[in-house]
Design a protein around this ligand. Structure first.
Ligand SMILES: *[C@@H]1O[C@H](CO)[C@@H](O)[C@H](O)[C@H]1NC(C)=O
Ligand SMILES: *[C@@H]1O[C@H](CO)[C@@H](O)[C@H](O)[C@H]1NC(C)=O
Ligand SMILES: *[C@@H]1O[C@H](CO)[C@@H](O)[C@H](O)[C@H]1NC(C)=O
Ligand SMILES: *[C@@H]1O[C@H](CO)[C@@H](O)[C@H](O)[C@H]1NC(C)=O
Ligand SMILES: *[C@@H]1O[C@H](CO)[C@@H](O)[C@H](O)[C@H]1NC(C)=O
Ligand SMILES: *[C@@H]1O[C@H](CO)[C@@H](O)[C@H](O)[C@H]1NC(C)=O
Length: 293
């Protein structure tokens, strides 16, 4: 399972293995539910023992939490640290009791002095609770106009493949049902790529905000699948503020996690850190992708 997560993240983020962010790279956006909590794991190159969680760019007044310890909290903001592997660490940042005013850009980082030397940035959006399945967490969000691709992971191959919106209870929920390796219906397509990591991939082109919702894809008949995967999609407006000063920096991926146990769970990590299965409902495991930072 963890392998899948790791691979998924590589797939989703196109940045596994990379350790530098390119100028102008895309900022990841996470959506949380108003009143809920959300956590993000930042996998960072070690560059000091001080952990940072900041709004914007970590100028002095931006710092929400700064600590030399392994955990610290300041009001609704907290940081927890654990070593990942040689040369890397995970800074998990959490915001509780999310409010609309939490929307904006954040930075989590590690460093030795006043500012983080290695860091990763992400953007937070807040929405109503509808998509969150009662769970309090951040969901990685796609932006309008993008093509969204996600894998249907961890399943047993069958010739018949399907894609549904929602639960597939109604005929109109079924977007695609096919015995072919590839099928398309308007902006939706599904493709089985033999020999690929996940096998089955879904693409939604030119995402609109009304694409938001739960998707279900898998093998077998849509109405009686043999195996399937559920994934929440949130489509948000592209960031409005141009991002200044993208620099070439060590960085790494981060991942939202289920937040009630938030600070200790991650959905993935680039080293494949383990996660209690209970923390990983199928529906979450791909929700996030990682930062496309
Ligand atoms: C958010 O986290 C706080 C502190 O851990 C907890 O008391 C609260 O119940 C959580 N809220 C939700 C919606 O999970
Ligand atoms: C979050 O909200 C809960 C319930 O409203 C409250 O008990 C708790 O103190 C709040 N936590 C913070 C850190 O504000
Ligand atoms: C991580 O490793 C460093 C150096 O090896 C050590 O000082 C620190 O206590 C470790 N932190 C945790 C949370 O294990
Ligand atoms: C999305 O996919 C369509 C069809 O494959 C392609 O023509 C288009 O250039 C893609 N758009 C983006 C933003 O990648
Ligand atoms: C799928 O549906 C077809 C036609 O409706 C039916 O013949 C077949 O038995 C179903 N397969 C499964 C695995 O339910
Ligand atoms: C962006 O970079 C320029 C030149 O390096 C610097 O003067 C400016 O303060 C930076 N702006 C921010 C917001 O960091």
């Amino acid at each position: 399972m963890n392998i899948h997560h790791v691979l998924f993240f590589c797939f989703a983020s196109a940045l596994c293995g990379g350790n530098t962010r390119l100028v102008g790279a895309k900022l990841s956006i996470y959506t949380g539910a108003e009143g809920g909590n959300g956590s993000i794991n930042c996998h960072l190159t070690l560059s000091g023992s001080r952990k940072f969680f900041c709004k914007d760019e970590c100028k002095v007044e931006d710092i929400l939490v700064k600590t030399d310890g392994d955990r610290a909290q300041s009001g609704r903001f907290s940081v927890e640290y654990r070593n990942e592997s040689s040369g890397r660490g995970i800074v998990t940042v959490t915001i509780t009791n999310l409010t609309k005013s939490d929307e904006g850009r954040y930075r989590c980082g590690l460093g030795g002095t006043l500012v983080p030397d290695s860091y990763t940035d992400f953007e937070v959006r807040i929405s109503d609770a509808a998509l969150f399945d009662g769970k309090s967490r951040f969901i990685h969000s796609d932006t309008e106009g993008e093509n969204i691709t996600f894998p249907c992971s961890g399943m047993v191959y069958r010739r018949r493949k399907f894609l549904c919106k929602d639960e597939c209870k109604k005929e109109e929920d079924i977007l695609i049902e096919t015995d072919q390796d590839r099928a398309e219906n308007g902006r939706y397509s599904i493709e089985y790529i033999k020999g690929s990591v996940f096998g089955l991939y879904v693409t939604i082109t030119q995402a609109t905000r009304s694409d938001a919702g739960w998707y279900k894809c898998g093998y077998g008949n849509a109405s009686s699948p043999e195996s399937y995967h559920r994934k929440p999609i949130i489509v948000v407006r592209a960031p409005t503020t141009p991002k200044p000063n993208w620099t070439l920096r060590p960085f790494s991926t981060s991942v939202p996690s289920a937040s009630t146990q938030a600070t200790t769970q991650s959905l993935s990590s680039s080293s494949g850190s383990s996660v209690p299965p209970s923390a990983l409902p199928e529906t979450i495991q791909q929700s996030t992708g990682v930062e496309y930072i």
